[in-house]
Design a binder for this molecule. Structure first.
Ligand SMILES: [Fe+2]
Length: 264
């Protein structure tokens, strides 16, 4: 369990750790800020989420800790490799666990809580969840994955709408902005399956992949927020107009409607 003092200390450690990555280069600083701001919003998102699910104070602190530390590996990843692409560098979740272990950040916690936090972090960015996971860990991992996705959708849709501002290659995972779209990704999305990153060769493919995260959503509240915030529509506007894309969009939209309605 994580008491209030420990939670406060973890937040202080996070702030100090993030500050150690300050850069004179504005593009690099912008990317560190991006991840710090993302973490803060995931913390807010998970707290609201937890409240809506009537979690108790202890569970809220656990969820908050997982959200606070889930992307801690992003800072060293960007510092060392100047990219957020795991395939061009290394798995940022595994790197995060190494950072936490090397710094003894969770040493004051009981082993089972520490394990649960490591388990949720190491599974937050996987295409498929590890099967051997306790029910409690599975629940917190799902919570983190939904809160994380909600904010990544916010980040990318905000970015796609700022058409006149300079491009950020790190947010585009350095993929070329050429018109091609992957048939394999479209086919997976049409079958209500999220697509694998390895098929993304262009920025458009990456946008399709972001659409496909819809099929990975765990909680009904998340579906409702996706609808409310119009994430699917904003991504549609950022994609080329074509019959194929329209069809994929209408498959996603019907899936979303179905999921939102089954919530009521
Ligand atoms: Fe992450």
């Amino acid at each position: 369990m994580i008491d209030q003092d420990t939670f406060r200390e973890l937040k202080a450690w996070f702030s100090a750790y993030v500050k150690s990555f300050q850069s004179e280069n504005p593009a690099h600083q912008r990317n560190f800020d991006l991840k710090e701001d993302h973490t803060k919003r995931v913390c807010d998102e998970i707290r609201e989420f937890g409240n809506s699910l009537a979690l108790n104070q202890e569970e809220l602190r656990l969820a908050g800790t997982i959200a606070l530390l889930h992307d801690i590996g992003r800072f060293e990843q960007y510092d060392r490799y100047k990219t957020f692409s795991d395939s061009r560098s290394e798995d940022h979740a595994a790197l995060g666990i190494k950072v936490l272990s090397d710094n003894g950040v969770l040493n004051g916690l009981d082993p089972s809580t520490r394990e649960l936090i490591f388990c949720a972090i190491s599974n937050h960015n996987r295409a498929k969840l590890t099967e051997s996971m306790t029910e409690k860990c599975l629940f917190f991992t799902k919570l983190l994955r939904d809160a994380d996705k909600l904010d990544i959708w916010w980040v990318v849709t905000d970015y796609y709408q700022r058409k006149n501002e300079p491009r950020n290659a790190a947010l585009e995972l350095e993929l070329p902005d050429s018109p091609e779209i992957s048939d394999k990704i479209c086919a997976d999305l049409m079958q209500e399956k999220s697509a694998h990153f390895k098929y993304a060769k262009t920025l458009n493919d990456f946008k399709l992949l972001q659409w496909g995260w819809l099929y990975d959503v765990n909680f009904q509240r998340t579906f409702q927020l996706i609808r409310e915030r119009r994430y699917l529509e904003i991504i549609l506007k950022a994609l080329p107009r074509s019959e194929k894309i329209r069809k994929v969009y209408s498959t996603l939209r019907s899936y979303l409607e179905k999921k939102c309605q089954s919530a009521s």
